[in-house]
Ligand binder design. Structure first.
Ligand code: ATP
Ligand code: PAU
Ligand code: K
Length: 257
């Protein structure tokens, strides 16, 4: 019973087809499209796929984009579109947000995926869950699975575009990450990278101080690999964190129905 997981971010739609709706299912096919190219899915990458029995997705890109994805789903497959909405509690995570449903569904699903992975690896620990995409998010989860709160930062691309458009003299190619940058390109690239790394380090400190225990640290997102060399501490890069979370939620819902 194939299962289709979809993650629609602010830059790209990512999809993964699994052979079952449960964590650890085998990945049969996967891909990513920039949001402008969603209309290519049904006749392109999805054309030769076996039809999934069900799908589950998370979307933060807005209703218009969601509808365009749903059109591709109906055009190609006969399965109902289901999208995760952040709630008060689901799959082992309790939502500490002031307004739980306002939490981005991608953040919620990634925490669920991370918690499931951590418990599969050993005893429960607090967590720091980082997503590096169009925006950067840094979540804190305590040892019991309570989401304490999180940071939202501009992603690297948005930071650089903001500097370019807000200044006269900052139009330069991408540079390298350096401890002591000596040209504009390196200064901008390093500034963005260490802004993100610094925010993450602060959150790790906050979680350590809050729980008195060393947190398990996970990072995911399309640009996680670019941040990895500049990160302090033991961050495990798990590119599939959102897909893992969608598999966990899909299985729980199947078992509950
Ligand atoms: N050198 C860099 N270091 C860190 N991040 C970078 C770097 N260069 C680009 N980025 C970020 O990567 C983002 C694009 O990543 P990508 O589209 O692969 O992520 P994504 O997880 O698919 O995003 P989303 O889920 O938000 O659609 C850009 O918007 C930019 O912010
Ligand atoms: C922060 C982003 C853009 C990260 O993708 C997304 O999760 C989102 O739009 N969230 C809604 C606002 C919030 O999470 O508080
Ligand atoms: K995302």
């Amino acid at each position: 019973m194939a299962f289709l997981a979809i993650d629609i971010g602010n830059t790209r739609l990512k999809w993964s087809l699994y052979d079952a709706a449960r964590p650890g299912a085998s990945l049969m096919a996967h891909g990513a499209e920039f949001l402008d190219h969603i209309e290519r899915l049904a006749d392109g990458p999805w054309a030769d796929l076996p039809a999934p029995a069900s799908m589950l997705g998370c979307v933060v890109a807005g209703d218009a984009v969601r509808r365009r994805a749903e059109e591709q789903l109906t055009e190609r497959f006969d399965c109902a579109a289901r999208w995760v909405v952040s709630s008060v509690a689901e799959a082992g995570i309790v939502n500490g947000y002031d307004h739980p449903t306002r939490l981005g569904a991608d953040r919620w699903v990634a925490m669920i995926g991370a918690r499931h992975r951590m418990l599969a690896e050993g005893p429960a620990r607090p967590m720091v869950v980082v997503m590096i995409g169009t925006a950067v998010t840094v979540e804190a989860v305590d040892v019991h699975g309570k989401f304490l709160g999180g940071l939202i930062l501009p992603g690297h691309g948005i930071m650089l575009r903001a500097l370019e458009s807000g200044t006269a003299g900052l139009h330069v190619p991408t540079g390298d990450v350096r401890e002591f940058p000596t040209n504009t390109s390196d200064a901008l690239t390093s500034g963005g990278t260490y802004a993100i790394a610094g925010a993450i380090e602060r959150m790790v400190q906050h979680v350590r101080a809050h729980g008195g225990a060393e947190p398990a640290c996970y990072m995911t997102g399309g640009a996680a690999w670019k941040m990895a060399p500049s990160m302090n501490g033991n961050f495990e890069q798990v590119d599939s964190l959102i897909m893992d979370g969608l598999l966990v939620i899909a299985q729980e819902r199947l078992l509950a129905s």
